[in-house]
Design a protein around this ligand. Structure first.
Ligand SMILES: *Cc1c(COP(=O)(O)O)cnc(C)c1O
Ligand code: SF4
Length: 351
C-alpha cells in the first residue's frame, strides 16, 4: 500500500494536486515537515477548488515556513510528563502510549509534527517492554490511550500483541486508540486488523475527522466494520481556519459523524505547533461557533470545545458558562440557546 501514498512535491504535482511552479517552495517545506497523502485522500479532493477542505489539511504550503514567537516544538508539554520513552503520564488515571511515530498521512496542522514522520523511530521491542512495565507497575492507570503516530499503522500481528499485553494488566480497564486510518487509509481496516482489536477490556476508538467531505463510501464502510465488531467510536476534530470554521461545516460534520455511529467527543482548538498560525482562529470566534451549534443540532452532535494549555497543564473546555449563581443562594440565572436569560427555579425573580 506504500506506493499508494504521495510523499513529496513531485508526487503531488504528478497527481495534479499541486501546480508545477510550486515544486521548489514545497521542497523547502518537505525539508522540515513530513508529507504524505494517500490515494484515498487524493480521491476526495476537488482539484478545481483552491479552497478544498480536504486539500487544505494535507497539501503543504509555504505558510508553514512562518513560525510565530508563541509557537513551540512541544506545544502541549508532553516531554515534561514522560517518565519513560513512549509514555506520557499527565493525568493520574490515564497514560498515552505511542508505540510508533508513523502516520498514513501527515496533517499540515499536526500538534506533534516535530515528532512524527517516516524517519522517526518507533519504540524498540525493549523500549516497548519498558513502557508496558511502567503501566504494569502503576496501579492507578485505569486507561491506556494508544497514540503516535497512528497506532493502526502497526501490523495486525504487532497490534494484537500490544492489545494482548495491555489486556493482561488487571488494573487497565479501558484501551483507547486515537487514529486517522479509517478516514485516510480505510482499506487498512481489514478483518485481520479488527481481530487484532479483540479484547475483554473496553476498547474505544477515537476517529480524527475535520470535514463531512472526508466521509466517502470507503471511509463509511471502514467505520461500519468497526462498529459491527462492537467497537464504540468517538470523534475528534481540530477547529481549522478555512477548513471547518463556520457553523454550517461543523453542523454537517457532527451530523455525519453521529449518522455513522461516531459520537463527537472533542473539538480541539489548534495547538501552538510551529508553522501552523494560518490554521488558528481566535478563541472568541471558536466559542461563538460552538454557541451557534447549541440548540440547533442534537446533543449527540455536540463535542466539547477544548484547549490543551501550553506547557502540559491539561485540557480544559472553552465553553462559557450557561448558568451563573444569583444573589440569593440556590437561585441561578440560566441562558437559553437563543441567548435569553431565565431564573432558576422559575418562580424566583431575576436578580
Ligand atoms: C489528551 C490527553 C489525554 C486524554 O485526555 P481525555 O480528556 O481523557 O481525552 C491523556 N493524556 C494526555 C497527556 C493528553 O494530552
Ligand atoms: S494523523 Fe494525527 S498524529 Fe498523524 S499527522 Fe495527522 S494529526 Fe498528526
Amino acid at each position: 500500500m506504500a506506493n499508494d501514498t504521495m510523499r513529496n512535491g513531485g508526487d503531488l504535482i504528478a497527481a495534479g494536486l499541486l501546480s508545477p511552479e510550486r515544486e521548489s517552495e514545497i521542497d523547502e517545506v518537505a525539508a522540515r515537515y513530513a508529507i504524505a497523502v494517500t490515494s484515498d485522500v487524493a480521491e476526495l479532493i476537488d482539484r478545481d477548488d483552491a479552497d478544498d477542505p480536504v486539500a487544505l489539511q494535507y497539501l503543504p504550503t509555504v505558510a508553514e515556513l512562518d513560525s510565530t514567537p508563541e509557537e513551540r516544538a512541544d506545544p502541549i508539554g508532553d516531554e515534561r510528563w514522560s517518565p519513560v520513552k513512549g509514555i506520557v503520564h499527565r493525568y493520574p488515571d490515564r497514560v498515552l502510549l505511542a508505540p510508533l511515530h508513523a502516520c498514513a498521512v501527515y496533517c499540515r496542522f499536526c500538534f506533534r509534527r516535530e515528532t512524527v514522520g517516516p524517519g522517526k523511530q518507533a519504540l524498540t521491542p525493549a523500549e516497548l517492554r519498558a513502557a508496558l512495565d511502567y503501566i504494569r507497575s502503576h496501579e492507578e492507570i485505569w486507561e491506556v490511550i494508544l497514540t503516535g503516530g497512528d497506532p493502526l499503522m502497526l501490523s495486525p500481528r504487532r497490534l494484537a500483541e500490544l492489545i494482548a499485553a495491555l489486556s493482561n494488566i488487571e488494573h487497565v480497564a479501558v484501551i483507547r486508540i486515537h487514529t486517522r486510518v479509517p478516514m485516510v487509509a480505510p482499506r487498512r481496516v481489514t478483518a485481520g486488523l479488527i481481530d487484532a482489536l479483540a479484547t475483554d477490556k473496553a476498547l474505544w476508538v477515537a476517529i480524527h475527522a475535520n470535514h463531512a467531505k472526508e466521509f466517502g463510501p470507503a471511509q463509511c464502510a471502514a467505520l461500519a466494520r468497526l462498529t459491527r465488531a462492537g467497537i464504540p467510536l468517538v470523534g475528534q476534530t481540530v477547529l481549522l481556519a478555512g477548513v471547518n470554521d463556520d457553523a454550517a461545516s461543523l453542523e454537517r460534520l457532527f451530523r455525519t459523524m453521529v449518522a455513522h455511529r461516531v459520537k463527537p467527543y472533542y473539538l480541539h482548538h489548534p495547538d501552538l505547533a510551529r508553522g501552523t498560525s494560518h490554521f488558528r482562529i481566535d478563541i472568541a470566534a471558536g466559542v461563538a461557533l460552538t454557541q451557534r451549534l447549541r440548540g440547533r443540532v442534537s446533543g449527540l452532535c455536540q463535542p466539547s470545545y477544548v484547549l490543551d494549555i501550553p506547557g502540559g497543564y491539561g485540557k480544559v473546555p472553552l465553553t462559557p458558562s450557561h448558568a451563573e449563581p444569583g444573589e440569593v443562594p440556590g437561585r441561578w440565572r440560566v441562558r437559553d440557546p437563543g441567548g435569553r436569560v431565565h431564573a432558576y427555579p422559575p418562580d424566583a425573580e431575576l436578580s
